[in-house]
Design a protein around this ligand. Structure first.
Ligand SMILES: CC(C)(COP(=O)(O)OP(=O)(O)OC[C@H]1O[C@@H](n2cnc3c(N)ncnc32)[C@H](O)[C@@H]1OP(=O)(O)O)[C@@H](O)C(=O)NCCC(=O)NCCS
Length: 411
């Protein structure tokens, strides 16, 4: 079957949702989902037609325009690859490969040097040059878990039904103010509306969305979006609190947010959202072991234009290194790149004939890009080669960052 990737507009929403439900089965039929707010970015949604049934889609994908995404020391336009769906009848016939190639072409045309994604299955995207760049921690914290004290004087708390008119701007503004690598913000109003919507997928057995707002001098300085589920067990109340997202401007705010969430009546546990591996909650908990932690892959990063991407971030220490990059999918990236930077300064990246110091696949460069996965760690797994002795450790320090990367929500 021809694998031409074509643009899709809103007139194809029904077909798109049908393929989505083939890829991600759901009990909610297309007819019902047509009424939900859609975050699909028109103009950035593409598909492959089913040539055996004219007018029917076989596959599609989209990419969100994450315009101001924090990377170490800077902000960059990033393409957030999403909604990757292939009808089961057409799987393993190269449709995903064709869509990824098309996605990279569009990224380059739009000047997006970096693409990021959440993987439905971690084994899918490495072959296309995406590296695991951020890990997340998810905790199940028992109700009442003690926190180490932080002076939280001067803060007040409001706990309310979430209402877009009242709270939408506050959430958007506080979320966009976070400066942590990988912290993507919703790509626009439609996207935000969809994220905060009350669809059965988002709600499950939980109540409608609630918000806890923390204020200082009548100004919002943090929030938690959450839902509770009521349950009654043999020992009495057994409800849980599912936290959707937390933003806290400083330690006192974080302390107030978590103290309130950990002390809601008729609940026994708090399920955290995606937390960075250096989230303050991990240090505040007196008994971190009681907070049953699970780690999981968070963001996967692809350097679509290696030179622009390496020049688009900052480095923690002075750096002068030649990196030999292999890239079988985008050969323009392959070869030796000389990266020079002073700590925190604007880097210079150029092609060079100089002998390499380090050699790696573009996938590993994507993994190290947000500063959360060390080149030394990757070398320890045999994925980075130190060609010139003594160059790996300084390069790993320079590529590192003082805050661990994470995206607070799954796109
Ligand atoms: C995952 C999915 C998109 C793959 O699409 P596809 O058209 O079958 O993939 P392709 O035929 O282009 O395969 C390309 C390569 O990826 C591999 N691959 C595809 N899906 C894979 C998976 N789930 N796990 C591991 N490898 C996978 C193929 O084996 C092939 O490898 P190779 O070329 O190196 O031999 C499709 O099966 C699907 O829609 N699944 C359900 C929804 C989903 O998981 N979407 C991903 C959202 S992040």
């Amino acid at each position: 079957m021809p694998l031409d990737v074509v643009p899709l507009g809103p007139d194809r929403l029904r077909d798109i949702l049908d393929v989505d439900l083939w890829a991600f089965p759901s009990p909610v039929p297309v007819e019902e989902q047509l009424d939900w707010p859609t975050p699909l970015p028109w103009g950035r949604t593409y598909g492959i037609e089913d040539s055996t049934h004219p007018g029917r889609l076989a596959a599609f994908h989209a990419s969100y325009p994450f315009g101001q995404t924090p990377v170490p020391g800077a902000r960059l336009p990033v393409a957030g690859l999403t909604w990757v769906c292939v009808h089961p009848q057409w799987r393993r016939q190269g449709l995903l490969r064709a869509m990824i190639r098309s996605h990279f072409t569009h990224c380059l045309e739009r000047g997006e040097a970096v693409s990021m994604l959440f993987a439905a299955e971690p084994a899918i995207y490495g072959r296309f040059g995406y590296g695991l760049a951020a890990r997340q921690v998810m905790l199940t914290v028992p109700r009442g878990a003690p926190l180490r004290p932080v002076d939280a004087s001067g803060l007040s708390v409001r706990i309310e039904h979430f209402d877009e008119t009242q709270h939408g701007a506050l959430v958007t503004q506080l979320h966009a103010g976070v400066d942590r690598p990988g912290w993507v913000t919703r790509s626009g109003e439609a996207h935000q509306r969809s994220f905060l919507s009350e669809t059965p997928q988002r709600k499950g057995e939980y109540e409608t969305l609630r918000i806890l707002v923390v204020e200082r001098d009548a100004q919002p300085v943090g929030y938690a979006l959450f839902r509770r589920r009521f349950a009654w067990g043999p020992a009495g109340p057994a409800g849980s609190v599912r936290v959707v997202e937390v933003v806290a401007e400083d330690p006192a705010v974080a302390h107030v947010v978590w103290s309130h969430l950990l002390d809601l009546d008729l609940t026994t546990e708090v399920l955290t959202p995606n937390l960075a591996t250096d989230d303050p909650l991990l240090s505040m908990l007196v008994d971190v072991r009681s907070a049953q932690a699970r780690t999981q892959d968070n963001l996967w990063v692809r350097l679509v234009d290696v030179a622009a991407a390496l020049a688009g971030r900052r480095y923690r220490t002075d750096l002068d290194v030649v990196i030999e990059v292999a890239d079988s999918v985008l050969p323009d990236n392959a070869g030796r790149w000389h990266v020079r930077a002073s700590a925190g300064g604007v880097p210079e990246v150029s092609r060079t004939d100089r002998g390499p110091d380090l050699a790696l696949d573009v996938r590993e460069l994507g993994a190290a890009y947000l500063g959360g996965v060390s080149l030394v760690e990757l070398a320890g797994a045999g994925l980075v080669t130190e060609v010139t002795a003594g160059t790996l450790a300084p390069a790993a320090t320079a590529f590192g960052w003082h805050r661990a990367p994470v995206a607070s929500w799954i796109f």
